[in-house]
Design a binder for this molecule. Sequence first.
Ligand SMILES: Nc1nc2c(ncn2[C@@H]2O[C@H](COP(=O)(O)OP(=O)(O)OP(=O)(O)O)[C@@H](O)[C@H]2O)c(=O)[nH]1
Length: 301
Amino acid sequence: MENYKSGFIAIVGRPNAGKSTLLNALMKEKIAIMTDTPNTTRNNIAGILTKDDVQYVFVDTPGIHKPQQQLGRVLNKNAYTAMEDCDVIAWIVDITQRFGPGDEFILNRIKSLRKPVLLLVNKIDRFSKEKMIQALMAWQQKYDFDEIIPLSAKDQENLDEVLATIKNYLPDGPAMYPDEMKTDHDENFRICEVIREKILNKTEEEIPHSIAVVLEKKEIRDGKAFINALVIVDRDSQKGILIGKQGSMIKEIRIASQRELSKMLGMRIDLELYVRVEKNWRNKEQKIREFGLDELNEGTR
Ligand SMILES: Nc1nc2c(ncn2[C@@H]2O[C@H](COP(=O)(O)OP(=O)(O)OP(=O)(O)O)[C@@H](O)[C@H]2O)c(=O)[nH]1
């Protein structure tokens, strides 16, 4: 199609800058829609937004941080791969946070890539106009950004500006994915993500990011999906928290997961969850591979 644009946008930023909130706001829905996409190994495409004249392919990256464990290193590597492969880098920062070592880390990476970099300064709802201008000026000193856009993902402020600006930096070319496709995460991956999300929501701070969810079985019989999933934790104490008093916590997680999975798959769900302790799994390369967390590295465009 003439005058059509399409391309990959890597969303990078420190943990908690608001990447997921922004992505969901741009997509105007939670990215959990059924699509069947075999042969995709690259599973960090977080959202595909198709309009009449442009297709945005947002590539999500785990929050970049100083790697402390093997898992951190693998996740960082995934973030870098996304940055190398993209057309535009959208660096999202939290306006209330000062420039810190984590930002320095990202900045150094960005400098070596020579790609258009848009700085998205998020959470402006938390600052007065005056303070916002000061903060924007401080960021401007750090790098010769192609654009700096203040926004609030939470209040959906300035999002049209974000999309219009990104579009300016995307190459000409036809859409790369079908119109109706919103993500390329495969179904099994999304099933595990739903369960992981419920665990993190229900247990709040008690269970940090040291869990992995592995799908062990998925069978469809008589219009019902029978799913078994294994939840890996790295300490005995976490297993106790996850199971809860007389199994009350794991039951809550199971019911909440079943409800969402039923909507996602459009059928009744029979979910069984098992919890296993794998001490220190985040430091073991073989375990990371086993749990499918290194897959992102293998993706090709
Ligand atoms: N006040 C305000 N809070 C926001 C805004 N955007 C995100 N947040 C909050 O910031 C926190 C982190 O947001 P996320 O979207 O989870 O951040 P993230 O960058 O995806 O985090 P990681 O997945 O850890 O990398 C949440 O509590 C959000 O509600 C915003 O525009 N304004």
